[in-house]
Design a protein around this ligand. Structure first.
Ligand code: ADP
Ligand code: ADP
Length: 230
């Protein structure tokens, strides 16, 4: 089956802005797909609709076996980790508590949650003894981003959604973080849909690239070589 399917999805905001128009897109399980295009072309709107932070005006969005457009958003989101540019870590919670958010929400016990926090920190290359007790302001931008990824993956959702995940990281750390992310994704076999304005980043990371144009239309959906050649 398909991991993420958008069928005839449109979004018109209350002020009349047509952000996304008649979008059809199917992402295969384990695939890493980038949404690219100029600022304002509807990339974030698309991601936010998949995560049910906003509702489409028309069309259908299916994630796994769930029609997210007809499901309680809180339930629909259990299958999706979500990472945003400024990470959105809870500032008054430790790294440990940030990563434990969703496992606790879905009722994991203390021991399983604690083990998972350790495992996730190791996965993203942060020493648990050093970092679990820190607060977000005690981390670098790249470290915060890693914690964001660790948190999004903590409850083992099949799908990961990321909006400019490396945007706030300095260029040198970004290269390393991208490479590490790619290897984590391959290792875990997650389906990933991510937004970037950086075509190089899309080419480096993605299996396929969805190119949007102004007005929220999908121009092209193909592998990086084809997109570069076009
Ligand atoms: P991108 O992520 O590609 O930069 P967005 O999805 O953020 O694009 O925005 C697409 C269009 O929708 C833009 O014209 C933007 O100004 C508009 N838009 C985004 N959010 C809202 C909103 N809450 N209300 C009205 N218009 C919005
Ligand atoms: P908010 O809407 O205020 O950001 P949420 O309660 O929806 O808060 O989520 C809090 C944080 O937990 C979000 O920043 C998000 O990254 C993360 N989160 C929410 N749901 C999931 C999930 N299913 N999997 C992974 N992370 C999630």
């Amino acid at each position: 089956g398909v991991a993420i399917r958008l069928e005839g999805v449109s979004k018109t905001y209350a002020d009349g802005t047509q952000a996304v128009q008649e979008l059809d897109l199917a992402v295969e399980p384990g695939e890493l797909v980038a949404l690219v295009g100029p600022s304002g072309c509807g990339k974030s709107t698309t991601l936010r609709m998949v995560n049910r932070l906003i509702e489409p005006t028309a069309g259908r969005i299916v994630v796994g076996d769930t029609d997210v457009t007809r499901t309680d958003p809180v339930v629909a989101r259990r299958d999706m980790g979500y990472v945003i540019q400024q990470v959105g870590l809870f500032p008054h919670q430790t790294v440990r508590d940030n990563i434990a958010t969703v496992p606790r929400l879905v009722g994991w016990n203390k021991a399983r949650t604690a083990d998972r926090v350790t495992e996730m920190l190791e996965l993203v290359g942060l020493d648990p003894d050093t970092y679990a007790g820190r607060y977000p302001h005690e981390l670098s931008g790249g470290q915060r981003q890693r914690v964001g990824v660790a948190r999004a993956l903590a409850a083992d959702p099949p799908v990961l959604l990321m909006d400019e995940p490396f945007g706030a990281v300095d260029p040198i750390a970004r290269d390393r973080l991208q490479a590490q992310f790619r290897s984590i994704q391959a290792q875990l076999g997650k389906t990933v849909l991510f937004v970037t304005h950086d075509i190089d980043e899309a080419v480096r990371l993605a299996d396929r690239i969805a190119v949007f144009s102004v007005g929220g239309r999908l121009e092209q959906f193909a592998d990086p070589a084809t997109v570069l050649g076009a």
